[in-house]
Design a binder for this molecule. Sequence first.
Ligand SMILES: Nc1ncnc2c1ncn2[C@@H]1O[C@H](COP(=O)(O)OP(=O)(O)OP(=O)(O)O)[C@@H](O)[C@H]1O
Ligand SMILES: [Mg+2]
Length: 405
Amino acid sequence: MAKKKPDADATDNRPPARLSSPGSVQQPSAEERYADQLTFLRAVDAAPRPPGWLLSPERVVDFLCGTRGEAIRAPASAELPADAPKSMVLEPKFVGSRALVERCVVTLAGERGLLLVGQPGTAKSMLGELLAAAISGSSALAVQGTAGASEDHIRYGWNYAMLLERGPRPEALVPSPVLTAMRTGRLVRIEEITRCLPEVQDALISVLSERRMMIPELDGKDGSVFAAPGFNVIATANLRDRGVSEMSAALKRRLNFETVPPIADARQEINLVQTRARAVLKESGTTADVDARLLDILVTTFRDLREGRTEEGWTVERPASVMSTAEAVTVAAAITRQGAFFAAHKDPVSLLPGYLLGVVLKDNQEDRERLLAYWDGPIRRRGEGDALWKRMYDLRKVLEEIDGN
Ligand SMILES: Nc1ncnc2c1ncn2[C@@H]1O[C@H](COP(=O)(O)OP(=O)(O)OP(=O)(O)O)[C@@H](O)[C@H]1O
Ligand SMILES: [Mg+2]
């Protein structure tokens, strides 16, 4: 009798993959991360809420921009879980203008959608997620705009097996996140809307103006879905992608534009990079802290190259790559992680030029020359009066050693 072939699994001697425990994920959603704050705010918020909203406009802005060190106290009548705190000071999550966030909130309560535009890495997506979590309790309804997105991603598709067997009926319909948001009165996020083809973008026009989606394949009342109160659209667009100018005028008229600028204040940007890099390291299980001197030099360098001008007023040739705050967070976390993984790297600043080159050298070889010119200008000059910048200047050779060709 032929011997039974052992099955593939039985011969696999690899250790079993480590399963994460429930609730342990790489990046929890905003509503999970801030569940305690949202529960508290909902319980204490006595102000009027726009229809379908879980919080009043004022509290939504507090959730995003913080309470400026002041505590919100729960009134005796608030229905809070027994172990919940009775007062809370909220830290800012979005660093930037409170007025901008207020305008976003006002737009979302009105009859137009919101379009957040700006350079990459300025927290447009983060703003959208936080707004959706605060207003609708969920940031999960989202469409990622890509060149391959079709109208179905905005409207609806079909379960074809059921459609063929039983014909068009409501159960065979596969709703898009937009349709689900309309039915449930929630916010839907359309990420990178300008990356979608114009005809796909234009599927939003009737949704935004009539607040209704027609489903011609279904009869009677199933043939059109009316948006429930609370529904609206938050779209984001990156200024580096295909232009917002290519959007149809009809769609533009149905969206209020808000430009999200990079963080204006250097100190605020340093603090944010520190907080975010710490959080990223903690989530990935690295206990090492981010070096304060590294942060200073890193953020200053990013700001100089982003703005084309230093705080001293010296001109800098800007590279084509985006020197975003988000990218600075990634570099700060990576350098700290490298120091924690490899004992030889005690000096975090010595790792900076290599990472900077990685950020700068993306599309354009001439950017290496620009970075070298920055070294020979501002970094050299600062090095004349500051030991740390002098150390950075001495690392110029690293840029030459790492050959981009
Ligand atoms: N003003 C800011 N306030 C708070 N965090 C910020 C700010 N700017 C950048 N960040 C950081 O940058 C990260 C990335 O932001 P996000 O992905 O939302 O940017 P984006 O503008 O959507 O970028 P992209 O255009 O590349 O999609 C945030 O998670 C946050 O850590
Ligand atoms: Mg984004």
